[in-house]
Ligand binder design. Structure first.
Ligand SMILES: Cc1ncc(COP(=O)(O)O)c(C=O)c1O
Length: 388
């Protein structure tokens, strides 16, 4: 296994504004909303030599196998409000919202995706009675395409990579189509910023669960990065409140665009092909709106190879957490960080510290999961202690 660990040369001690308070209330009105589990993983903690290992398991979120619906739902709602020029009439649940918005139909949501965000946008479109058009890079696993089609979406495969799919999806914007992208480009910044806001619910839930227990808030938080929108939410949360852990961002070795940008001093492109099995992280360019938070807020970058992701999937399965390839990336990054002889002197001793790892997806490609872990995801039972 090979890995690259780099301290962020752009790190600054700066505060960011806290996210809007209405986000949590919005999410509570989404169907099947409940906080995802925060798990205590003592065996893995011992194996890694950290004091306590907490795992926030985003493996089932409102019935979907990743966290992405938090950003897609909030950003879609905000985009609709600005399309209408006002908030829809009072609604208590999503069916009432769909009824209030029925006059917009036929109406469409479009986006590019490498899997989970597109599925979340398709899910949101279905809930609202809208159509969805999702653009995907070539080579996407059929299971991921089928999952979007099962939400009623039209899926178009672009002959190119994720960045090409983003460019194509952007062309769909019009009077009856909103583009709900999780990445940004010049002139398209508001919706991706709202996607980031939506993700902050995860970290608010972590705080709530810890506050309701006798545990310590984390000293180190490990987050996977594609375009960096999710990490930007982590920085928003942990650089605005009173708990200020060190933050580690994890990327695939051949798509480590956030690390490369930090080293170059500004947003840079890491050319493809990006062929990591951590498909949600196969991005060549950080999101523009995420970048200022990424540049200032991250402490360490860790780039890992696919073997590290496979090992982390097995390690998580051994602790009864079902994590897909992308979902296991944060643990892979933590394992690489702790194994890195050069940095062990520079990172604080974690043997009595609390580390939080975000597992961002479940088994989104069940066949691949079985071949890597040696068991079906259905055979993994839950034995870890849920903090909440
Ligand atoms: C499961 C999963 N984890 C992490 C990420 C990374 O998120 P971001 O692209 O916002 O950095 C993605 C992105 O698609 C994802 O699907």
């Amino acid at each position: 296994m090979s890995a690259l660990v780099v301290a962020n040369p752009l790190r600054e001690n700066r505060d960011w504004p806290a996210p809007p308070a209405e986000i949590a209330a919005f999410h509570r009105r989404m169907p099947a909303y409940s906080p995802t589990l925060l798990l205590d993983a003592p065996d893995l903690a011992r194996q890694l030599g950290v004091g306590r290992l907490l795992i926030k398991a985003e493996t089932r979120r409102m019935g979907l196998p990743s966290f992405k619906i938090l950003g897609a739902s909030w950003a879609t709602y905000q985009a609709i409000c600005s399309h209408l020029g006002h908030e829809p009439e009072h609604w208590a649940n999503i069916n009432e919202l769909a009824t209030n918005l029925a006059h917009l139909r036929p109406f469409k949501l479009a986006t590019a995706t490498d899997g989970n965000h597109g599925r979340a946008v398709a899910f949101m479109a279905r809930l609202l009675g809208f159509q969805a058009h999702i653009f995907v890079p070539e080579g996407m696993a059929p299971a991921r395409i089928k999952a979007m089609q099962a939400e009623g979406a039209t899926v178009t495969v672009i002959h190119g990579d994720y960045d090409d799919a983003v460019a194509r999806a952007g062309e769909e914007a019009g009077d009856v189509c909103l583009v709900v992208s999780d990445t940004s480009w010049p002139g398209y910044e508001t919706i991706p910023a709202q996607v980031i806001e939506g993700y902050t619910t995860i970290f608010a839930e972590v705080d709530d669960a810890i506050d309701a227990s006798d545990l310590e808030h984390p000293d180190l938080v490990v987050v996977p990065m594609g375009v960096g929108a999710f990490m930007s939410a982590a920085v928003t949360h942990y650089r605005s409140g009173s708990h200020r852990p060190m933050i580690v961002g994890v990327e695939p070795l051949d798509a480590n665009c956030v690390q490369a940008s930090a080293v170059a001093g500004d947003i840079s492109h890491v050319p493809g092909p990006h062929r990591s099995i951590m498909v949600g992280l196969n991005c060549g360019r950080p999101s523009m709106v995420a970048w200022p938070r990424l540049a200032s807020g991250i402490d360490w970058f860790v780039s890992v190879d696919d073997d590290a992701a496979r090992q982390a999937m097995r390690d998580l399965a051994g602790s009864s957490v079902v994590a897909g390839e992308t979902g296991a990336a944060a643990l892979a990054g933590l394992e690489a960080l702790l194994a890195d002889a050069d940095t062990s002197a520079a990172i604080p001793d974690l043997s009595e510290k609390t580390v939080l790892v975000i597992v961002t997806e479940g088994a989104t490609d069940p066949a691949a999961y079985q071949s890597i872990v040696g068991k079906s995801h259905n055979q993994i039972g839950r034995v870890l202690t849920a903090i909440r």
